[in-house]
Design a protein around this ligand. Structure first.
Ligand code: 8YV
Length: 321
């Protein structure tokens, strides 16, 4: 008998969806109108043994409470900050994610956003399309990346992959995270020091209570009027109001953002600023990465139901004191 799973999120790669449906009885929450979701869970929840969710949705305690038999939460994504680990720990629910398979594509987007911001690619595109080139309107030169300092906040797999790309641009790499990484790149003493030391601050650290709004007004001030913030991690790491104010008042040079505090809502102020490049949380949104992520999430669920070792389990964070 195929195990029953709850699937949150949508937009699955067809091949992944097919495989999911072949192996499991899937209850797709995203296909149910929001106001009917509780009733839907009351109807199907009692038979659900697994959850397949996405990084940004995760699963909270209230939803888990409607799934009394759930044994595993497989996250399609690397970030597990939206999973309520207190609830999973209490019930002995296993959590898995999909690391590695998205690293290079997310790093490509980070480097691409940084380059787009530095060389003003969206503005140049608009300039040509609007006929401003033919009209010989003035165009300000961009700034070279060579010799500039890229400060990577969070030097895990994705942070290091971003560093490799930015090195190829001739940038000097620094990083900050609590632990010392096995790298020749210099580590700043704190996030604040990293911002002070850098021309570009690239946020690659995990979301969660420990990093909530850690990029605050002080960090942005340290990055400065010539500095650029790049965020491909989670919107929750950045104080968005402080970011908007710093950009509007010219206290921060520019920002390139793939993630936001309240997705898919992006503050109107950010949309109107010219010194900002925006993307709709698409770091891993390639056919290749999403296929591999889907396969890995399914492999985790299948291994669990077959009683085999999980390919990519996530250790729960230590319990809150
Ligand atoms: C995806 C992500 O947006 O990996 C993550 O943590 O945020 C992204 O890759 C998402 O999880 C896709 O399902």
């Amino acid at each position: 008998m195929r195990p029953e799973i709850l699937v949150t999120g949508s937009g699955w790669i067809p091949q992944v969806l097919e495989e999911m449906e072949r192996r499991f009885v899937c209850h797709h929450l995203a296909r149910v109108p929001r106001e009917e979701q509780d009733a839907f869970l009351d109807r199907v929840g009692a038979a659900v043994r697994g959850v397949l969710t996405v990084g940004t949705i995760g699963i909270d305690a209230a939803r888990l409470a409607r799934l009394p038999l759930v044994e595993i939460v497989a996250v399609h994504g690397t970030g597990v900050d939206a999973v309520d680990f207190e609830a999973t720990r209490q019930r002995g629910i296993q959590v898995t994610n999909t690391p590695d398979v998205l690293t290079e594509d997310v790093a490509d987007l980070a480097a691409g956003l940084l380059l787009a911001c530095a060389r003003r690619l969206p503005q140049l595109d608009r300039y040509v399309r609007a006929g401003e080139w033919e009209a010989k309107l003035p165009l300000t030169p961009a700034r070279s990346l060579r010799g500039k300092v890229a400060g990577i906040f969070g030097f895990g797999r994705i942070g290091q992959a971003v560093a490799r790309r930015l090195e190829a641009f001739g940038m000097e790499i620094r990083y900050y995270q609590r632990s010392v990484a096995a790298t020749a790149h210099a580590r700043s003493d704190s996030l604040l020091a990293l911002a002070r030391d850098s021309d570009y601050l690239v946020v690659c650290a995990p979301g969660g209570p420990q990093t909530h709004r850690i990029v605050d007004a002080e960090v942005l001030a340290a990055l400065g009027a010539e500095g650029t913030l790049v965020n491909i991690a989670r919107g929750s790491l950045v104080d968005e109001d402080a970011l908007v104010a710093a950009l509007q008042q010219g206290r921060l040079g520019a920002a390139a953002l793939d993630v936001f505090e309240d997705e898919p809502r992006v503050p109107q102020a950010l949309r109107t600023l010219d010194n900002v490049v925006l993307a709709p949380h698409v770091g891993s949104f390639t056919v290749e990465a999403r296929t591999a992520m889907g396969q890995l999430a399914i492999a985790n669920l299948a291994a669990h139901f077959d009683g085999l070792p999980l390919p990519t389990p996530v250790d729960p964070p230590p319990p809150r004191p």
